[in-house]
Design a binder for this molecule. Structure first.
Ligand code: 13P
Length: 251
């Protein structure tokens, strides 16, 4: 009942030339369709270019970040939800661990961005995940619960999750080549779904929960075969045509 979703988070990578080649390859490879909904999240400055390149394809656009202020105005360097919508974005990533760690985004700020995105009509992809030391000290569930609760406990937060996406990305697995085992990932995904179910089991059954962290064509099928893993949020491998196509086909 949950359509698988594979989203490519390009992070701060690419050029006009490389994006043209990447989208060309993905369009050709996906011309006969895929079971998964396929999303690409380019750096903001390339969204407009990517939108043109994506014409006549089923690949969907997403943003990597947005401003926590709903109204346009004096927020130098920021991008409003309305601007992402203006260029055809359907999704937007919020709370990626790189934004939490490098740009000081707190749970409260992430929840605010989630609310602004959702209210504007974007589907937020809420990232959660623990650091290595948190896993090793047995705090994985506590950390993920805290990050999730910031959204779950907002006014209307539970209902919003039905139509949003959660990405479980253990920080120690991001860009390291160390993937969580399918069992490790499934355990946390089941925990997330259960926590939502405590508020609303109908919503929990609908929310798509993606795994992220060194997903590749070679490990995607095993991860996606788990009952609570509904697809992937892919970094490095989303920049390589054959890798990303392999992941899209694994779902
Ligand atoms: P990698 O796939 O490069 O590990 O990155 C995962 C990620 O952070 C996606 O948002």
């Amino acid at each position: 009942m949950r359509q698988p979703l594979v989203a490519g988070n390009w992070k701060m990578n690419g050029s006009k030339e490389s994006i043209q080649a990447l989208i060309g390859g993905l369009k050709a490879g996906l011309s006969s369709g895929a079971d998964a909904e396929v999303v690409v999240c380019p750096p903001a400055i390339y969204i407009s270019e990517t939108k043109v390149l994506l014409e006549e394809s089923s690949i969907v656009l997403g943003g990597q970040n947005l401003c926590d202020h709903a109204e346009q105005g004096a927020f130098t360097g920021e991008i409003a939800a309305s601007m992402l919508l203006d260029f055809g974005c359907k999704y937007v990533i919020v709370g990626h661990s790189e934004r939490r760690a490098l740009y000081g985004e707190t749970d409260a700020l992430v929840a605010e961005k989630f609310r602004v995105a959702y209210d504007a009509g974007l589907k937020p992809i809420l990232c959660v995940g623990e650091l290595l030391e948190e896993r090793e000290s047995g705090q994985t569930e506590a950390v993920v619960a805290r990050q999730l609760d910031a959204v779950l406990n907002m006014d209307g937060g539970v209902a919003a999750l039905a139509d949003s996406v959660i990405a479980y990305e253990p920080v120690w697995a991001i860009g390291t080549g160390k993937t969580a085992s399918p069992e490790q990932a499934q355990d946390v995904h089941a925990f997330i779904r259960q926590r939502i179910a405590e508020k609303d089991s109908g919503v929990a059954a609908k929310t798509r929960i993606l795994y992220g962290g060194s997903v590749k064509a070679g490990n995607a099928a095993e991860l996606f075969s788990k009952s609570d893993i509904d697809g992937g949020l892919v970094g490095g491998a989303s920049l390589i045509v054959d890798e990303f196509l392999g992941i899209c086909r694994a779902s």
